[in-house]
Design a binder for this molecule. Structure first.
Ligand code: S3P
Ligand code: PEP
Length: 438
C-alpha cells in the first residue's frame, strides 16, 4: 500500500498520540506474571502489542478488552505458565518477542517463536546468550540465532550477573524477566542506561528491585527472584516515539502551531526533544504532571528555522527509534547535522541506516555515512522520490513527514507497517492538516 505526502497548509490543532509501545508490551507481560487482575488503560492497540496480548493468552492468561485502550489481564503468577500449543507469532515486534523469550526462559515450558520477514532477520543471540547462561536451552533455531526458534525454558533458572554487550533495554528486560523465577538475585549491568520501563513496572507490581549508578552513564540493576507479583492498575502514557512524527512535521511545515497532549517525558526517552531544541526548535513543555508513574506534559510545537548540530553517541539510547525522523529534520536544517554512534540502527525492523540513506538519496538530500555516524547537509529538500520502507513503520512515517515540507511530494512504497505502532497515524496527521494520499 503506497502512500504519498504533499506540501500544503500549516499544521494546526490539538492531538493525542497512542499509548507507549514499550510500556504496553510490559503491562501485558507483567499482567501475565502477576496473580489476579491487572487493569490497563491507554494500551496501544497496534499490531505489535496485540501479538504480545495473544502470546500472553497462549501462556495461560485471560486477556480481555473492555473498550478502546481498556484491557484486563488475569495473570497466572511467576512460575505458573502454561505450555502453549501453538507457535507464538510476534509479527514485526522485536520487543514482544525478546521480552517474552526472557519470560519463557525462566519457566519449564517449550515455546516456538516466530515473526514476519523483518523479525526473522533480526539477531536474537543478544537475548539468548544470557538466557542460556540462566539454564534455558535452544531446541532449534534458524541460521545465526534467528526466528523461527524453539526455546526450552528452565523452571529453576540460575540467578546471574550479566553485563549487556550492547545498550539494549530489550536484552536487559529479558534477563530480568527470566530472573523473576530464579531463587536469588539477578543483576544486569549496563554501561549506558537504556529505557527503564521494566524496572519501574516490576517495582509497581511488587518486586524488590534496586538500581544504582554504574560508571559515567550506566546502571546496575538487581532484582530479587520469586516475588509475589499482584495484579495492578496500569495507565499507559502517550508514546514519545509516536509523538515524534507530528512534532517534527509541525517544525518543518511553515506556519504550523500544534499541541500534542500528555506526552511521556521519561528522561530515558527524551533525546529527540533535547536535540531538536539544540537545533532551534520551538517546543514548549506545559502542564507537566504525573501519569501512571511517569511524567507527562503537553508539547506546543511551532514551525521553526532549524540549524545543524552534533548529536553525541551517548545520547543514542534515549532517542534510538527517533533517528530516522531526526534525519528528516536534519534534511531541512541549515548546515550539517552529525548523528554519532548509530550501529544499533542496523538491526531494527530494517537496517535503518541503509533505509534512511536510501530515502535521503531518493529525495536529493546531501548526506554521508562515516563509520557509525550519519552526516546530513540540510537546507531545501527537493523530494519527489519513492522510499522503500522494508517493513519498517518508522521509515514510512519519517519520510511521509519529509513530503509534507519538500518541494515535490514524497511517496513511501508501503505504509501497512504503520499499524504496528501508530494505527491512527494517517487520520491524526490529516486532522492536523497534512495531505496524505494513497
Ligand atoms: O525495550 C523496549 O521497549 C525497546 C528497546 C529498544 O530496542 P533495543 O533494546 O534493541 O535497543 C527500542 O529500539 C525498541 O523500539 C523498544
Ligand atoms: C525498534 C522498534 O521496535 P521493536 O524492536 O519492538 O520491533 C521500534 O519500534 O522502532
Amino acid at each position: 500500500m503506497p502512500l504519498s505526502a504533499t506540501r500544503g497548509q500549516p499544521l494546526t490543532g490539538r492531538v493525542r498520540v497512542p499509548g507507549d509501545k514499550s510500556i504496553s508490551h510490559r503491562a501485558l507481560l507483567l499482567g501475565l506474571l502477576a496473580r489476579g487482575e491487572t487493569r490497563i488503560s491507554g494500551l496501544l492497540e497496534g499490531e505489535d502489542v496485540l501479538a504480545t496480548a495473544a502470546a500472553c493468552r497462549a501462556l495461560g492468561a485471560e486477556v480481555t478488552q473492555d473498550g478502546p485502550g481498556a484491557w484486563r489481564v488475569f495473570g497466572v503468577g511467576v512460575g505458573a505458565l502454561a505450555e502453549p500449543r501453538e507457535v507464538l507469532d510476534f509479527g514485526n515486534a522485536g520487543t514482544g518477542s525478546r521480552l517474552m523469550m526472557g519470560v519463557v526462559a525462566g519457566h519449564g515450558v517449550t515455546v516456538t517463536f516466530d515473526g514476519d520477514a523483518s523479525l526473522r532477520k533480526r539477531p536474537m543471540r543478544r537475548v539468548l546468550d544470557p538466557l542460556l547462561k540462566m539454564g534455558a536451552e535452544i531446541v532449534s533455531e534458524s541460521e545465526g540465532g534467528r526466528l523461527p526458534l524453539v526455546l526450552r525454558g528452565n523452571g529453576d533458572p540460575l540467578p546471574i550477573v550479566y553485563e549487556t554487550p550492547v545498550p539494549s533495554a530489550q536484552v536487559k528486560s529479558a534477563v530480568l524477566f527470566a530472573g523473576l523465577n530464579a531463587a536469588g538475585r539477578t543483576t544486569v549491568v549496563e554501561r549506558e542506561a537504556t529505557r527503564d520501563h521494566t524496572e519501574r513496572m516490576l517495582a509497581h507490581f511488587g518486586a524488590r528491585i534496586f538500581v544504582e549508578p554504574e560508571g559515567e552513564h550506566g546502571r546496575r540493576i538487581t532484582l530479587e527472584g520469586r516475588p509475589n507479583l499482584k495484579g495492578r492498575e496500569v495507565e499507559v502514557p502517550a508514546d514519545p516515539s509516536s509523538a515524534a512524527f507530528p512534532l517534527v512535521a509541525a517544525l518543518l511545515v511553515p506556519g504550523s502551531d500544534i499541541l500534542i497532549e500528555g506526552v511521556m517525558l521519561n528522561p530515558s526517552r527524551t533525546g529527540l526533544i533535547k536535540t531538536l531544541r539544540e537545533m532551534g526548535a520551538s517546543i514548549e513543555v506545559a502542564e507537566t504532571r504525573g501519569h501512571g508513574g511517569e511524567e507527562v506534559a503537553d508539547l506546543r510545537v511551532r514551525a521553526s528555522v532549524l540549524h545543524g548540530v552534533d548529536v553525541p553517541a551517548e545520547r543514542a539510547p534515549s532517542m534510538i527509534d527517533e533517528y530516522p525522523v531526526l534525519a528528516v529534520a536534519a534534511a531541512f536544517a541549515k548546515g550539517e547535522t552529525r548523528m554519532r554512534g548509530l550501529a544499533e540502527l542496523r538491526v531494527k525492523e530494517s537496517d535503518r541506516l541503509a533505509a534512511v540513506t536510501a530515502g535521503l538519496a531518493a529525495n536529493g538530500v546531501d548526506h554521508r555515512v562515516e563509520g557509525d555516524d550519519l552526516i546530513v547537509r540540510g537546507g531545501r529538500v527537493r523530494g519527489g522520490g519513492t522510499v522503500e520502507t522494508h517493513l519498517d513503520h518508522r521509515i514510512a512515517m519519517s519520510f511521509l513527514c519529509m513530503g509534507l515540507a519538500s518541494d515535490e511530494p514524497v511517496t513511501v512504497d508501503d505504509a501497512t507497517m504503520i499499524a504496528t505502532s501508530f494505527p491512527d497515524f494517517v487520520p491524526l496527521m490529516t486532522r492536523l492538516g497534512a495531505s496524505l494520499k494513497a
